[in-house]
Design a protein around this ligand. Structure first.
Ligand code: HEM
Length: 161
């Protein structure tokens, strides 16, 4: 009996640790995107001309996105580690929605990090400002998409309670 209750306590502690990791990663990702979209973007557009503004974005993304790559991996890993023991069949619809939207968000992030950032960097290095501005605009749209999906994911997560 005591052995069983110890095993239960350990499972609960593991689940709580995974949830903590999951929430910290989600906060970092969502908070970072919110700051970039609603604060840094308008401020940089107001204060800097394209030849200074676009390299600022390259420098910012080059620091921010590697942290976010870790956060995305932790988010997906901890999410799956909480979902799989319950199983897809028994999981509430909110968890299914979170899983599906989380994968879409991760794919958008990977496209942005692995394809668009190198393209933005190359255009900036070549001082091709109009082309760089186009790539930055695409990044802006994808960040807006991921922010909106992130809000839906949190709604799905809370509705599963
Ligand atoms: C593969 C992707 C994901 C999977 C498999 C997953 C799975 C889970 C599971 C199983 C829980 C429930 C834990 C519990 O109630 O004890 C949870 C909670 C949560 N997840 Fe996710 N998740 C994923 C992605 C995301 C993303 C992308 C976000 C936000 C951007 C997110 C935000 C949350 C939040 C806020 C909770 C807490 C809900 C609450 O305690 O009421 N998840 N996740």
């Amino acid at each position: 009996m005591r052995l069983l209750s110890n095993a239960c306590e350990e499972t609960t502690m593991l689940h709580q640790s995974l949830l903590l990791l999951h929430l910290l990663a989600a906060m970092a990702w969502m908070g970072g995107m919110f700051f970039a979209y609603f604060c840094l973007r308008p401020a940089a557009a107001e204060v800097l001309e394209p030849p200074r503004r676009l390299p600022l974005w390259v420098a910012t993304f080059s620091r921010f996105l590697p942290f976010m790559a870790v956060a995305v991996l932790l988010l997906l890993g901890s999410g799956l580690a909480m979902l799989l023991p319950v199983g897809f069949r028994a999981a509430p619809p909110g968890w299914h929605a979170m899983f599906t939207l989380g994968l879409v968000m991760a794919a958008v992030f990977a496209y942005l990090y692995l394809l668009l950032l190198p393209r933005l960097r190359a255009f900036c290095d070549a001082s091709a400002w109009p082309a760089a501005a186009q790539v930055l605009n695409r990044i802006r749209q994808l960040v807006a998409l991921n922010l909106a999906l992130g809000v839906l994911v949190v709604v799905a997560a809370v509705s599963a309670r």
